[in-house]
Every structure is written in structure tokens, then in C-alpha cells.
Design a protein around this ligand. Sequence first.
Ligand code: MRU
Length: 344
Amino acid sequence: MTLSIAQALIWTGNSIGVLDQRKLPEQTHYDNYHDAAGVAEAIISMRVRGAPAIGIAAAYGVVLSVQQHYSQSENWQNAVATDIETLAQSRPTAVNLFWALDKMKAVLANTHDDVLTAVTTCAIKIHADDLAANHTMGDFGAALLVGAKGVLTHCNTGSLATGGYGTALGVIRSAVAQNQHLNVYADETRPWLQGARLTVWELAQDGIPSTLIADSAAAWLMKSGAIDWIIVGADRIAANGDTANKIGTYSLATLAKQHGVKFMVVAPISTIDWSLENGDNIEIECRSPRELLPACYDTPNSLVSAWNPVFDVTPAALISAIVTEAGVVLNPAEHAQGIRSLQL
Ligand code: MRU
């Protein structure tokens, strides 16, 4: 399979090109950033989104910070620490962001000469490792799909959301590359429409036909018997397998149980938060009501408000398989030790 699709992030050596995903599918437009504050803003504004891509962008943000401050100030460490904090404040739910920043902090703490080369090497490796993990997960997940006729995916988990191939969408890509005949359905994914604007676009770029559905059609689609597996990515997985992902994932998992449909979570190890025993304490980002409210209600003293959580947590008991690059855990609620055994 060729990777002709647009990449979310392009490292130039002294800046990072960020594909503005808010403009897709109509426009393929890259903004170029030369400092960490710009990268943080690109994450906050969702020019770049998707858990692994956010982590990779933040890693390059640290490189830009070192590039800016290292030779210019005796207090460069403080300036870089401030930039790291700015990057950490950009979005709260995807643990890949904090995982990547921790890796960069460790390099900073342990390097005494040529800090710029050390942090650049680390960021490029985080990016390359994620891409490699995607391909491995693609193979593992595709093996589970053998014999399936229909899959439904939620949000966007493809090249745009990762180092360049995809988690859940990578599994679909790999299955199709292996000549599995799958009917691929994608949820619109309200309110931001990652499915309608990004997922079906990516699939079309690869020549993979797909069928878009309204989120609210998922139950009826499952009832029709068209779906064997729901396949999603993750923003943070607790050590017991509870999984935070795009709002609506929990609804899909509940519906899957009702209809005897299997439910697959695909995520790199960098998405597992080993510090959390379960999903109860995962911080769920709430975005502006303006992303939901019709403009006529966005007025002072309006009687209409909006609640806009953008992630939810699916209990491990509703998950049939967690696929990582380190292996697959089937029925994680029954095999919590299985998840621990993935710790690299
Ligand atoms: O708000 P977003 O678009 O950043 O949310 C993205 C998701 O929820 C994805 O499913 C998740 O990050 C996994 S992407 C490989």
C-alpha cells in the first residue's frame, strides 16, 4: 500500500509543518511553526489532533524551544521548561502528549553536550517509532478481522492522527492490503466531524471505499447485521483496560454488546497510562459550547447552553480486544495482568 496521503506533521530541520486539519477535506494547507508556543496553539486549535500526533508535535515543539533558547540565553533551561509547561497545558486527555514531553525532559536532564542534536534525535525517533508501531498493530488487528464482512470506525485514527499510517484506521488499511473484503463504515463523529471530514477522505485517498453514517444510525446499522467489529483508537488507556476515546465511543461499545458485535481498541503503548488503575480519574476535556451551539443562542443571557465533553471512557468489560505493538490482549477485563505484561 502506498502512503500517498498527506502527513499531519512535516519536520523540516528547523521548523514543523502542521497540516491544518480544520480545513480538510477542502484544502490541504500547512502552517509552519518555529517555536513551541506556536505548536501549543496548533494543538489547542486542533490544526493537529489525534493522540499520537499530538505527542509527536509536542516533541518537535521542545526541539524548537531548544533551538530558540539554547545559544541565546544563559537561562535557556528555564525558558525551555516554561515552553514544556505551555505544551503540557494544550490538551488534557491524550496521555501521549505527557508521555512524549516526559521523554524529552529525560533527554534534557541527561545530556550535557550538543543538547540540540540529542532532543532532535529523540523527537524524530518518537515519530518513527509511532509509524512502525502503527504497521505492527495493523498486522495484529487485521489478523483478528479475518472472516469479517463489515467494520465501523469512529473519529479519525489514521495518518492524520498518528505518525503516519494509523491505529484503528491502520488495521483497516492492513486488512484491505491483505485482500480482506471489508465493508468499511465511518461515523460522522459529531460535533467536530473527524469521521466525515477526515476518515472517509483518508480512505478515499487510499482507494478504499467507505460508507459514512450519522452517529445516531450506529444502533440501527448494527441491528441490520452489517457490522462484525467496531474498531477505534484511544487517547488514554488505564492499566485495567478502561479506555478514553472520542465522545460517542462508550455509546458504540454499549450498542456493540447489545448486538453481539466485537469491539477492538487499537493504540500504541504510549497511550497506556500505567499510573491509573482504572478510567475513573481520566481527565475529560470539555471544549467550548460554541462548537455545539447555533450562533443565535450564543448571546448574553441566552436560555440555551451546551455541554461539550469531547471524550468518554469505555469500561474494559465492553472491550473484546486491545491491540498494541507489543501484543494483543483479548477480553481485557478478564486479563488485567495481560495488559501489565505489555509494559515495555
Ligand atoms: O479530539 P481529537 O480529534 O484529538 O480526538 C481524537 C480521538 O479521539 C482519536 O480516536 C484518538 O486520539 C486516537 S487517534 C490514533
